[in-house]
Design a protein around this ligand. Structure first.
Ligand SMILES: N[C@@H](CCC(=O)N[C@@H](CS)C(=O)NCC(=O)O)C(=O)O
Length: 258
């Protein structure tokens, strides 16, 4: 009788949890992927989604007018008149924007466990931070600085976190980790390329000051999936590149800091 009760208790406990305490949950099964269509502007953020699909080796349809940003934007407006931005993606019949949200949706649903560190690892939180930092902090600051400096070049550094502080933060991280995903390449690296390239190419920061970011960019550009993305999404090289600032912003300490 005692043995029967013990067995019943063990079965009941097993029913409560299928994993040992502290163990990572089993990877979720991938859902069947509907047709994914990427509405693209050359040399813009929609490259992230093309690159993601190339890294995953998954099918997609790419829509843009080669060498014609206005024509490509007209295609975007047809499916997404309320928020015509690149990337706009259709997942089946659903229109989705925000590159980070698109990437997380595709990975979580159709490629669980891919391009993402294990949830229980130290790298996971860093990966998530860079996934969101790319658009939530870095892109906004670099583009704001670019726009303001185009109108009136600054004579001193801002007291607020500026582009240079952003690049230094990324530089310090890459001095200790090979990828923004930590030990392995992850979707966070895909998110970070666009804003880091933007500020360096347009002279918002002095690109010679960030050797680890430059070394990471060289590794990124050597990836076969990145090269396939360039061949498909940027077949004629840079299209509609913005003018670079004549000189990068003043570096050094901020006012009041020596
Ligand atoms: N945070 C959004 C930004 C999307 C965005 O602004 N994309 C730019 C191209 S890189 C765009 O379409 N701009 C058009 C406009 O602002 O009119 C994302 O990451 O998807």
């Amino acid at each position: 009788m005692k043995r029967l009760l013990l067995a019943a208790a063990m079965i009941a406990m097993a029913g409560c949890s299928t994993t040992a305490p502290g163990a990572a949950p089993a990877a979720q099964a991938a859902m069947t992927m509907p047709t994914i269509t990427i509405y693209h502007l050359e040399n813009r953020r929609s490259e992230r989604i093309v690159w993601l699909m190339e890294e995953l080796g998954m099918p997609y349809t790419l829509v843009f007018k080669r060498g014609d940003l206005a024509g490509s934007m007209a295609e975007i407006r047809k499916v997404n008149p309320g928020m015509p931005v690149a990337p706009t993606v259709t997942i089946g019949d659903q229109v989705v924007t925000e590159s980070g949200a698109i990437i997380e949706t595709i990975l979580n649903r159709y490629a669980p466990g891919k391009l993402t560190p294990a949830m229980a690892s130290m790298d996971y939180a860093n990966h998530m931070m860079w996934m969101h930092h790319a658009e939530g902090s870095l892109a906004g600051r670099v583009i704001a600085d670019y726009r303001v400096w185009m109108i009136k070049p600054p004579t001193e550094r801002s007291r607020l976190v500026d582009s240079e502080a952003e690049y230094q933060f990324a530089e310090d991280y890459l001095a200790k980790h090979p990828w923004f995903g930590g030990a392995e390449f992850s979707a966070a690296d895909i998110m970070m390329v666009f804003p880091l390239n933007f500020g360096m190419a347009l002279n918002v920061v002095d690109k010679t000051q960030f050797p680890h970011i430059n070394a990471w960019k060289a590794k990124i550009e050597a990836r076969p999936a990145y090269q396939r993305m360039l061949a498909k999404a940027r077949p004629d090289g840079m299209v509609g590149a913005l003018p670079a600032l004549p000189a990068h912003a003043p570096s050094g300490p901020r006012p009041g800091q020596q």
